[in-house]
Design a binder for this molecule. Structure first.
Ligand SMILES: Nc1ncnc2c1ncn2[C@@H]1O[C@H](COP(=O)(O)OP(=O)(O)OP(=O)(O)O)[C@@H](O)[C@H]1O
Length: 579
């Protein structure tokens, strides 16, 4: 077989001067992950890859920037007349997924991907025996193929499957090998081609936030189907096409404002959006859902990034006021002198130089709905007095106004400050504190519910795959451990940010240790010598120790804090020999 028959020919030219926009468009149209860059004589000077593109985006380069500085000058090349056996050997040992094919005169002819190679091997198959003989070769090649590939024999039983396929569907090889393909993978629907004997491509499907399509190819011998191949394409689809769309969207300011407009004044989240497997969190959610039904003011406490705002959204959505507006005021973000008019609005001509027309305040806006006062601990004492009056009387005056305005607003407030301490030192009014603190919800920090880390990681990866258009199927074991042991001062927000960063930079389908920020890796503890207790047990032990010390050894209180029964706690104390 000739290399020319299996490679993908390059019928266009990419030079160093090409803009990022054009390069991206080519990657999208051609579905290539790598573009060979040449000089004016078509001699190779480097390659522009998906990670080069990501680097340009993360550096904030405008779309018109030339790709020159982001070219990788290391090029893996293959001469066009290389014998097939040698190509096979090179492909198997090479770490890169795509090679650049050169003509005899050194100019670029095209590219050869590992998937091209696998498919070519199938083309040369002409009997079932050969399929079996090729198995070893294919398995090694498959290991590095970029797409998910599955192969079934004439009895429709799975004979081979590539690692990206297993990653995408979160399956182990044993669960598939020798099993009937339509039983274990009905969605792939490979059975079809045994009947139709013709290759076809599926519609777009979705799993874990990742879009994919399946190409179904029958292997024919003497007019009979002796096997079938399913090729699941997902990486190119998502990474290039979504990125392309996203950038185009980002370019359009109009769409940005449109989105802002849509998001304002409506609560977007419900209890289902608060992901947790921690028993205390589950209880907190159900108490909050009960509180939502009443009229009382709710105060949500907890460190920054723990999900207080999410709780406020869900509270509003499950209350009788869900049809009304959900208005957010971040008390720390508004300048002191504007806070009053933000809250209460102002009458026409209230200030010299003010806008001619009056302005409606947040209290007015939230009438019939919920007003979420975020960072309430950061409000000045003077404004606290005014807020207290509205809460007591349910009435207020606009700035510069003389007419009393009556409102029906439910207040949900949140803070990460120590309000009790602030009351003591006079920076927070005691009477307002009691007004707000009718129902109080304490959202625990992430490090005190470590079992949520793997769960949130999985759910956030799915969400981010959709948002970023990436195809991350999981992470390496040591990376999971690093996340698990980190102390998470920024809580879920920090976890989300770290995942977003890692998913943007991950070169492979799985997040690796090197994709995590340096500051996190430095904070990693030395590897434990004693592996006799599992990571989850270790976290449980740490959480119990902390609860006991916080409650000064009072087991009943510690059990309540942990959301477990007293006997449950005693059992754990015995298990970990804690006294
Ligand atoms: N349990 C959770 N499930 C899903 N997403 C979460 C969860 N907790 C927090 N998040 C996400 O983490 C980010 C921070 O959450 P949020 O803004 O609600 O925190 P906060 O406690 O209000 O923070 P701050 O005090 O800094 O305002 C958001 O993107 C939110 O969607």
């Amino acid at each position: 077989m000739e290399l020319r028959e299996i490679m993908t020919e390059m019928d266009f030219v990419v030079t160093e001067e090409m803009s990022m926009n054009k390069a991206m468009e080519l990657m999208y149209q051609k579905k290539w992950n790598l573009l060979p860059v040449t000089d004016e004589k078509r001699l190779p000077v480097g390659v522009f890859t998906r990670s080069s593109l990501y680097r340009m985006i993360s550096d904030g380069c405008p779309l018109s920037t030339s790709i020159e500085k982001y070219i990788n000058h290391h090029v893996e090349t293959i001469e066009i007349h290389t014998p097939f056996e040698q190509i096979e050997k090179r492909v198997k040992s090479s770490k890169v997924g795509t090679g650049v094919v050169l003509n005899d005169d050194g100019t670029v002819a095209g590219i050869l991907t590992k998937t091209d190679m696998v498919m070519s091997l199938f083309k040369s198959v002409n009997s079932l025996q050969t399929v079996k003989a090729l198995k070893k070769t294919l398995e090694t090649t498959l290991k590095y193929a970029y797409d998910g590939i599955i192969m079934a024999d004439e009895k429709e039983r799975i004979q081979m499957v590539s690692p990206p396929f297993l990653d995408l569907f979160n399956l182990q090889q044993d669960e598939l090998l020798n099993k009937p393909v339509d039983k274990v993978l009905p969605k792939i629907d490979l059975k079809k081609v045994y009947k139709t004997q013709t290759a076809e491509v599926s519609d777009m499907m979705e799993i874990n936030g990742i879009n994919y399509i399946v190409q179904r190819i029958p292997i024919l011998e003497d007019g009979k189907v002796i096997g079938a191949i399913g090729k699941v394409m997902f990486r190119q689809l998502n990474e290039v096409s979504e990125l392309f769309k996203k950038l185009q969207r980002a370019e359009s300011k109009a769409s940005f404002y449109h989105q802002q407009y849509n998001e304002a004044e409506s609560a977007r989240f419900t209890w289902e959006h608060i992901w947790s497997v921690n028993s205390y969190m589950e209880k907190l959610k159900s108490s909050a859902a009960k509180a939502a039904k009443g009229r009382s003011t709710v105060l949500i406490r907890g460190e920054s990034g723990t999900g207080k705002e999410l709780f406020a959204h869900a509270l509003h959505n499950s209350s009788a006021r869900s049809k009304g507006k959900f208005v957010i005021v971040n008390c720390a973000a508004i300048p002191e002198e504007l806070l009053e008019s933000e809250f209460f609005g102002y009458e026409e001509g209230a200030f010299t130089g003010a806008r001619q027309k009056g302005k409606i305040g947040k209290f007015d806006l939230a009438n019939g709905g919920t007003l979420f006062l975020d960072e309430i601990g950061d409000m000045s004492v003077a404004l606290q007095a005014k807020l207290l009056r509205v809460l007591q009387e349910r009435e207020f005056y606009r700035v510069g106004g003389t007419k009393k305005i009556h409102v029906d607003v439910r207040i949900v407030a949140a803070t990460n400050r120590d309000l009790e301490e602030m009351v003591k030192n006079g920076t927070f009014r005691e009477d307002l504190y009691y007004r707000l603190n009718v129902i109080s919800l304490q959202v625990p920090p992430l490090r005190e519910r470590r079992e949520d880390i793997p769960y949130l990681t999985q759910k956030l990866t799915e969400e981010l795959n959709k948002m970023l258009g990436t195809t991350i199927t999981g992470m390496e074991k040591d990376t999971k451990e690093a996340l698990f042991h980190y102390h998470w001062p920024g809580n879920v927000r920090e976890l989300k940010n770290i995942l977003e960063r890692a998913m943007t930079f991950a070169e492979h389908g799985k997040i690796q240790l090197e994709d995590l920020p340096d500051y996190m890796l430095k904070a990693m503890p030395e590897k434990r010598q004693d592996r006799s207790i599992s990571l989850v047990e270790n976290a449980e032990l740490e959480t119990i120790k902390k609860a006991l010390s916080e409650m000064n050894g009072n087991k009943a209180k510690a059990a309540r804090m942990l959301g477990i029964s007293r006997s449950g706690l005693y059992e754990k104390i015995r298990k970990y020999q804690l006294q």
